[in-house]
Design a protein around this ligand. Sequence first.
Ligand code: MEV
Length: 434
Amino acid sequence: MERNSEIPGFYKRTVEERRQVVREWGNLTEAEARSYDIPPGIDRGILERMVENVIGAFPLPLGVATNFRINGADYLVPMAIEEPSVIAAASNSAKVTRATGGFRAQTSDPVMIGQIQVLDVVDPSAARLRILGEKANLLAAANAKDPMLVKFGGGARDLEVRVVPSPRGTMLVVHLLVDARDAGGMNAVNTMCEALAPTVAQLSGGRVVLRIISNLAVYRVARASATFPAAALATENATGPEVVEAILDAYTLACVDPFRCATHNKGIMNGISAVVVATGNDFRAIESGAHSYAAFLAKDGGVLRPLTTYEKDRNGDLVGTIELPTAVGLIGGATAVHPTAKANVKLLGVKGAQELAQVLVSVGLAQNFGALRALATEGIQRGHMSLHARNIAATAGATPAEVDAVVERLIAGHAIRIDRAREVLEEMRRHPKS
Ligand code: MEV
């Protein structure tokens, strides 16, 4: 019989009832269904209030990056991520920066952009001025929607109006700039945009459609820099200055080639997103902001720009910088309710969203440096593969006591595959001393 995914009242059922439905649907074993269990220490009610149709939880590994020193203070940085090597690389890179004082980080004010799209305006340039002429009243009306934000020093700050040609006629796009303080800003900005829309429509003589935050948060950026001493970068096969040159060569490809730049920036986000997830923030917003900023930076030419830069200083040491939008909050959203996110924010010890943003960009720079250093020297696969090999060994059935020996043989044989792991394991068990 054909199955029907239209399940009336599914959302009203209990977690157990839903679990039973999906278990039958997916033909899941008891053990498979148990893997959905909500971990002890997490109140299921919290998860049920966060999203719909909950059947369980999906635990990611949570690790902690060590060695981070940012603006003179030390941090242990929680990172939730499925990818091996990321946490180790961040920790190793952060260690290299300690001799030169660690990371120096800063932020702009936490100003988000809300967009109001206006169509069917007959005189867009004049309408733009009519709206700008009412700026003070519009900002006051926006702020009246969120007195708490205003009380904490935030609120609507400015208004911009863009005239944007489009295949469906010229549009006006009003940008409401809102200082979101310690919030991500989504709710405050969207509410304000919706509130201003009727007045904007009236002033422009047009028709409003979209009223929504922009993830290209160009006014809410964080920046960090760090010096990686050449002397600390020497390998068995290359001197420190040679490694600096190789990293600069590797970085430069990201500046001139979008295919490399995409991967370069992905590596940065390995670190940033892991902290964003661990602190319960909206990782899609941060990813969208980062990658659209990479395109925005290329407005004077090219397609994408790397979110980091590398230069050599007078001493021949490598200096890295990073800048990207960081629309993270500490109040509202999952950060304020998810118990693991709350514990991680406490562990991190950040006092506000801007401090969190400074940690994020420092981790992003560390992650990127770690990737470039590996790529420019021994290649990424050696470090990557040893962790991968551990997974393969365990999947092949190696016990904890056998894993190391299996991994060693897989790496030595340059064949990190499940079939080879099974063979190795069989051989080891047949000849325990070999
Ligand atoms: C892998 O997740 C990330 C890297 O590809 C980043 C990079 O190439 O810079 C290693």
